[in-house]
Write a protein that binds this ligand. Structure first.
Ligand code: NAP
Length: 479
């Protein structure tokens, strides 16, 4: 967008960082700098916090219907501006235009969903078992929130938090990832246009995340942290939240197993694998990281998957017909290269891909590895790239044990044509979500989130708003 804001959004105004600092945003397809945005320091964060704290009381009193209608208007504006947002997201993040279009629709849907939830916040009333007291229950916004998002879904990770926070009546500071700040700033402009009162949303873009965030979490005025990102950073932030007993929602990393049982329909399994692996170039927390395929069908599955992966077109996301854009940066690509090299050293066969192309941009080809050794590093590291690693198994108990043998538990995928088996295997997986004969689980109407070290809490669905509400119970004697 030619008029995309590049300043901080604090108290409803666009402002520079107090020390005038800026940070560059580049296009991962070319390495060229496409914008400079304000680079906030702790002083700017404090101003954003002041604005959020000041706006909280009034905002909590705003009628649910008014909050709902702001979200609904923002939903419609996002849809009207789809083309601009798609190009902006592809420019700063690299995903192909078609994927960016899918993300804009997905992101907008969180606003529509939570516009509907804003007017359904219920309470309760009743007589307590002793008969002497009544109980009146009301639900109130938790208070000013800090929302921290990653770069891989620059718009949707924002709306998945902002939507329920607005619906619940919370004010907030959003800190997007420094690689992809423009989508968040564009979103703030849309919400302002939709009528969001000043101070309810504040956006602080920064390259100094640690310095900016820690004082907010320890200061006692921020009442809630909603974080999406890696487990390592999530753990650090949980510790910082302990001082002021800040409530948290944590959407962390994954290490998804993709299980193909011997009675699976291989057409469905390969279709599912393409989505579970290749959505967002493999840069998704939901990405299938470990393919466990029954020995009897592994060769055929690998052959078909390699054929499909090899047919994908790699190139700049803006080019027509491109399926696979660049990875986010050289660091991300370097990690993928190292994981593949390690697996190959331990005996993996490269069925397709596996070689970094020459030239500018952070491209990496769709890659399928067969006969992967279970001791390979990619078995316990998020690959975050277009690499499918196939291992084989012989029986159900064995594969469930291996699938669960990880500290993560975000999502798993199961492919089988047997109903009882499908349910049994799904229920035994230690994950928050299962794709049963499908490679896609994300939907704004479903509760998204993981168990174990993949996180705490859920985003989306009927329960998504609960993360931003707390109960107040009034005891009233029966007289
Ligand atoms: P990341 O390195 O953990 O960063 C996530 C966010 O946290 C960024 O905004 C980052 O800003 C910020 N951050 C990093 N260190 C911080 C600190 N010390 N204090 C405060 N903020 C800090 O993750 P990422 O590389 O952006 O994203 C990929 C990860 O996100 C993967 O693990 C993926 O699985 C996970 N993810 C999970 C979900 C889910 O719903 N479960 C969804 C999407 C992604 P800086 O970059 O400036 O440090």
């Amino acid at each position: 967008m030619t008029d995309t804001p590049t300043q901080l959004f604090i108290g409803g105004a666009w402002v520079d960082a107090a020390d005038g600092a800026t940070l560059p945003v580049d296009d991962p397809a070319t390495g060229e700098i496409i914008a400079h945005v304000a680079d906030a320091g702790p002083k700017d964060a404090r101003l954003a916090e002041d604005a959020a704290v000041q706006a909280q009381e009034q905002w909590a009193r705003t009628a649910p219907r008014a909050r709902s209608e702001i979200l609904r208007r923002a939903y419609e504006i996002i849809l009207d501006r789809t083309d601009e947002l798609v190009h902006l997201m592809t420019a700063e993040m690299g995903k192909p235009l078609a994927e960016a279009r899918g993300e804009v629709a997905y992101a907008a849907e969180f606003f529509r969903w939570f516009s509907e939830e804003a007017v359904r916040i219920d309470g309760g009333a009743g007589v307590l078992p002793d008969g002497r007291n009544r109980m009146l229950l009301s639900r109130r916004p938790v208070g000013p929130c800090l929302l921290i998002t990653p770069w891989n879904f620059p718009l949707a990770m924002g709306t998945r938090k902002i939507g329920p926070a607005i619906a619940a009546g919370c004010t907030m500071i959003l800190k997007p990832a420094p690689q992809t700040p423009l989508s968040s700033l564009a979103l703030a402009a849309i919400l302002k246009e939709a009528g969001l009162p000043d101070g309810v949303l504040n956006v602080v873009t920064t390259s100094r995340a640690g310095e900016v965030v820690e004082p907010l979490l320890r200061g006692g005025r921020i009442r809630k942290l909603s974080f999406t990102g890696s487990t390592a950073v999530g753990r650090l932030l949980l510790a910082q939240c302990a001082d002021a007993v800040v409530r948290t929602s944590m959407e962390l990393g994954g290490n998804a197993p993709f299980v193909v049982l011997e009675d699976a329909d291989l057409d469905k399994a390969v279709d599912g694998a393409m989505v579970a692996k290749m959505r967002n170039m493999g840069e998704a927390c939901t990405a299938a990281n470990r393919f466990f395929v029954h020995t009897s069908v592994a060769e055929e599955f690998g052959r078909r998957l390699a054929e499909r992966m090899g047919a994908l077109v790699v190139g700049p996301g803006t080019r027509n017909g491109v399926d696979v854009g660049p990875l986010i940066d050289r660091v991300g690509r370097g990690k993928v290269e190292e994981l593949v090299a390690d697996a190959v050293e331990r005996g993996a066969r490269v069925l397709v891909g596996g070689r970094t192309p020459e030239g500018a941009g952070c491209f990496y080809p769709p890659t399928v590895l067969a006969d992967v050794d279970p001791g390979s590093r990619l078995m316990d590291t998020e690959i975050f790239g277009p690499v499918a690693a196939i291992l084989t198994f012989d029986d159900e108990d064995e594969v469930i044990g291996r699938a669960n043998d990880t500290p993560w538990g975000l999502v798993g995928y199961v492919f089988t044509e047997g109903l009882d088996r499908a349910l049994r295997v799904s229920e035994r997986l230690e994950v928050g979500m299962v794709g049963l004969n499908t490679g896609l689980v994300s939907n704004p109407a479903a509760p998204f989130g993981g168990v174990k070290q993949s996180g705490l809490g859920r985003e989306g669905g009927r329960v998504g708003i609960d993360e931003f509400l707390e109960y107040q119970y009034l005891a009233v004697p029966v007289r």
